[in-house]
Design a protein around this ligand. Structure first.
Ligand code: CIR
Length: 256
C-alpha cells in the first residue's frame, strides 16, 4: 500500500476549543502549527505530495481530517462523525475530495469516524466505539464488501478510536496496546505490543515503507526499528492534548 498524495488542514486559532478527554492543558497554537509543518515535511520526504487546506475557525477539530472521510479504492466515503460538533467539517472537505474519487456519504442514523477505520491489505477493521455505531459499521461494510473486500467490527472499550490503539506497520505486522493483544481478529499478524506507559505510540503511521512515530516513546521506537522499519519521530505533544495522534492528521491515497 503506497501513498502518493495526502491532504492536511491548517489548524484553526480556536484549536483549544476542540474536544478532548486529556488532562494535559491547552495546546499552543504556534507549536501546533510547527508540529503539523514537521509532519507534512516527513510525509513529503517519504514521497507523498501534500496539499494543505485552509483553517476552519468554526471547527476547532477540523485539522484531524482523517475522521471525516475514508478513501477506499473505488469511492471516497464521507463520514457522519460521531460527535455532532464535528459534522460540519464534512461539507467543508467534500468538494476537494470529489476531485479524486466518486463520493458516497453516510447518512443518519449511521455515525462513523475515520479514526475507527483501519485497512490492512484487503481487510477493513472498523472500531465500534463511542463515535462509530452499528449502523455506521454496516453502512461502511456494505461499501467495501461491494468492492470485494472484507470488513470486520472490532469492539473499542478503551481509547477514542480503534486507531488510538492499533495500527498496521505493514500488511503482516500490527502495533497495538495491551488492551488489544487478545483480540482474535488481529491474531494472524505479527504483534508489536506496547508497554502501558507508551500506549500513545499506537498511533504509528505507516507511509511507503517507513513508520512515523510520536517522539518520546523509546520502547516503541526500538521495537519497531528492531524489525527493520525506518522510523521517523515527530513531536506530537500539542495534538495529544486534544486526543489526536499521527494518523488523524491526514487523508492519504494513491490515484484510483
Ligand atoms: C476529537 O475528539 O474528535 C478530536 N479532538 C481528536 C480526533 C482525533 N482523531 C483521530 O485520532 N482519528
Amino acid at each position: 500500500m503506497r501513498f502518493s498524495h495526502a491532504i492536511c488542514r491548517r489548524p484553526a486559532s480556536s484549536i483549544a476549543d476542540g474536544l478532548t478527554t486529556a488532562d494535559e492543558g491547552a495546546p499552543s497554537f504556534e507549536r501546533t502549527i510547527a508540529q503539523l509543518d514537521a509532519y507534512m515535511a516527513t510525509l513529503r520526504a517519504l514521497g507523498v505530495e501534500v496539499d494543505l487546506l485552509e483553517a476552519l475557525d468554526a471547527f476547532p477539530d477540523a485539522h484531524f481530517v482523517e475522521d471525516v472521510a475514508v478513501i477506499t479504492p473505488e469511492v471516497t466515503v464521507l463520514t457522519r462523525p460521531g460527535h455532532p460538533s464535528r459534522r460540519g467539517e464534512v461539507d467543508a472537505i467534500a468538494e476537494t475530495l470529489a476531485a479524486h474519487r466518486p463520493i458516497t456519504r453516510l447518512e443518519a442514523p449511521a455515525t462513523l469516524d475515520g479514526g475507527d477505520v483501519l485497512r490492512i491489505g484487503s481487510t477493513w477493521y472498523v472500531g465500534r466505539s463511542e463515535r462509530t455505531n452499528a449502523a455506521g459499521f454496516e453502512a461502511f461494510a456494505a461499501i467495501v464488501r461491494a468492492q470485494g473486500m472484507d470488513c470486520v467490527a472490532i469492539p473499542v472499550a478503551a481509547g477514542l478510536h480503534l486507531k488510538s490503539s492499533v495500527n498496521a506497520l505493514d500488511d503482516e505486522t500490527v502495533v497495538l496496546t495491551r488492551a488489544f493483544v487478545d483480540c482474535k481478529s488481529f491474531e494472524r499478524y505479527r504483534h508489536v505490543v506496547l508497554p502501558e506507559a507508551e500506549d500513545y505510540a499506537a498511533c504509528a503511521l505507516r507511509v511507503n515503507g517507513g513508520v512515523i512515530l510520536p517522539a518520546g516513546y523509546p520502547a516503541a521506537r526500538d521495537a519497531i526499528a528492531g524489525l527493520g522499519f525506518a522510523v521517523h519521530e515527530i513531536d506530537t505533544s500539542e495534538f495529544r492534548k486534544m486526543d489526536g495522534g499521527l494518523t488523524c492528521l491526514s487523508l492519504r491515497w494513491s490515484p484510483a
